[in-house]
Design a protein around this ligand. Sequence first.
Ligand code: GLN
Ligand code: ZN
Length: 767
Amino acid sequence: MVQAANLGYPRFGVNRELKQALEAYWSGRIPAGMLLDAGRQIRLAHWGLQAAAGIDVIPSNDFSFYDHVLDTSLMVGAVPPRYRSLQDGHPLDLLFAMARGVQRPGVDLPAMEMTKWFDTNYHYIVPEIEPGQEFRLAATPVVDAYQEARQAGYDTRPVLLGPVTYLKLSKSTRPGVSPLQALPRLLPVYAEVLGRLAEAGAGWVQVDEPCLVLDLDEASREAYTLAYTQLGRLPGVRLMLAAYFGALGDNLSLAAELPTAGLHVDLARAPQQLERVLEKLPAGKTLSLGLVDGRNVWRTDLDRALAAIHQAVEVLGGERVQVAPSCSLMFSPSDLELETGLDAELRSWLAFARQKLDEVVTLRQAANQGIQAVAAAWAAGRAALESRRRSTRTHHPEVRARQARLNLDMLQRRNSFEVRRVQQAQRLSLPPLPTTTIGSFPQTAEVRARRRANTQGKLSDAEYEAYLRAEIERTIRLQEELGLDVLVHGEFERSDMVEYFGEQLAGFAFTQHGWVQSYGSRGVRPPIIYGDVYRPAPMTVPWAAYAQSLTPRPVKGMLTGPVTILQWSFVRDDQPRAQTCQQIALALRDEVHDLEQAGISMIQIDEPALREGLPLRRAEQSAYLQWAVECFRLASSGVRDDTQIHTHMCYAEFNDIIDAIVALDADVISIEASRSKMELLEAFRRSEYPNQIGPGVYDIHSPRIPSQAEIEALVESALHALHPEQVWINPDCGLKTRQWDEVVPALRHMVAAAQAARQKLERQPER
Ligand code: GLN
Ligand code: ZN
């Protein structure tokens, strides 16, 4: 009989109980005991609802108070020396110190580094591995979770982050030493945990090794063999090796042959791999089919999934087959039932975590007893798919016709940067080293309160608008007074840089409760792109035009780029991402055109998510970069030579995409650089970046106010790497998370630093 399995459930709780408990604990409003209790309640509720849904294989230890990679570091005793003084205190305090840093009398520890988990928007805490790192079994949350579930009546399959993926996601404290070298010392700790789990009665353990879907070098492949030769055949416990987020590809033989009792594969991202997996799977191994997409919000095509199950059962027999989501459901919003604001048709197309459990169970029933056993669910699934396929809401003939008419000229500015530069200089007459900001000014509690009041109908549109205008005017005057050269309106009308545009574009829907964990207690609520995208009316023009009417200095129009809007949304799965992105780009192109017509001389198109869209496999990266760059150019190239296009990106790893950044052909790019101390300018220098660059000289992610001297030093190093006529001076990101009393002095220092640098340039014009 085919079984229904799950790999992980969202951690926050249906009403984000975890977020509330965490924030209450951090602010000292509740004691540790209450936070622990909240965690227990959530786990129990989730085991209960999975059991009630009919899931046979329910995960435990998929819960975490902050991050499962950090939990693994604590489990194996990989605590960086600077936190060790906290090891005698409450374990939660050590955990949160590593996750978030601590500042109290006598202790001042920054947080550990955080980075994106594969190509998701979830961030994990990067483990730090010293050369010669020793490990020990320092905590056993996985055993505790298994026992806790068992006491509550659920025999679960505990989840562990696999040792190879754990080390591959780590960073070494000594450059040049691979963390993988620590594997032989790490494996005994894993063996000990697995032994404890076996003692506690766990028959199966899920070991997550998503690195198996990446390009692997020889050392990594050897690491896999070493690890699972040691762990795969331990007595008493069988391992389900889970490889998700893509195809196993050239690692298929390796993964299939590792001596584990089971293999889980992602058939949502890589349905075509099933046939080869079935060929390669050794006799006796259980196969878990990841058929329900854990990364998106659409209902599963049940007929197609059932065909895959039949194919597997034919080769392996039902006993050796499990049906499952493609990966943990933590990347899905929790429950569609809460979305009373969505219309019935659109809702019928969707499945959130809770509904995905039902799909898995329905598929199991259909596989074991035939679809007549689940006739109602099956019919509903088919009807939803059919309605989506035929809906006029997803296909807009004019959008399609416009895409068909696209031509290469639309991806090109009229003239090269050299020509544009001269025309822009004439029109804009800026000083050398022009100063500007990235767009947003502080989103204070007051701004947010007024917006809420307006949405709730307590503040009229006219009043809200008048308030925003007053904020814009105040901000323009302030920027003039500070002496900035290129101004912004401040983005006060925007709750979020994607939501603001999505709400005004056709083809987007928004949830009320569709939260997905981003990191720790932070969640995001991505919009859902369900249909062809177009722009019914201008989105930003009145604000930009109003701001420009207040001042003779140039005000930048401010847009979020097509790739970032795509990347931070749930994207329709019935056409290629590139096609959806192109539609967004066309809508933005219209907006760019209207801004230009309204007399705006500079337009910034932010692409902070361009880098994170990069596919995990090298072989797929260039195709992605090509369409991503084309979409940016489609949005931005329709302007006159003397209209200046800016873009902004905020991450430090530019090396692998520098060619794509050059290919964007933006006149000016502003980038994060202050935290990496301008190191990334090396990449721009090496590539002889031809256009203009504003390397961030003020780290807006910290409440610290940089001094003029500090900023001057950063400007100085920028001038070493770049030609002076290329350089702009700006913070490294938008200021929306800062307070006014931090922003004003920091910008004052920045402008003063720019003036000092200009004077120096005049004195030594030959440098
Ligand atoms: N223009 C945006 C802002 O200033 C850019 C934000 C971002 O890069 N994430 O807020
Ligand atoms: Zn930024």
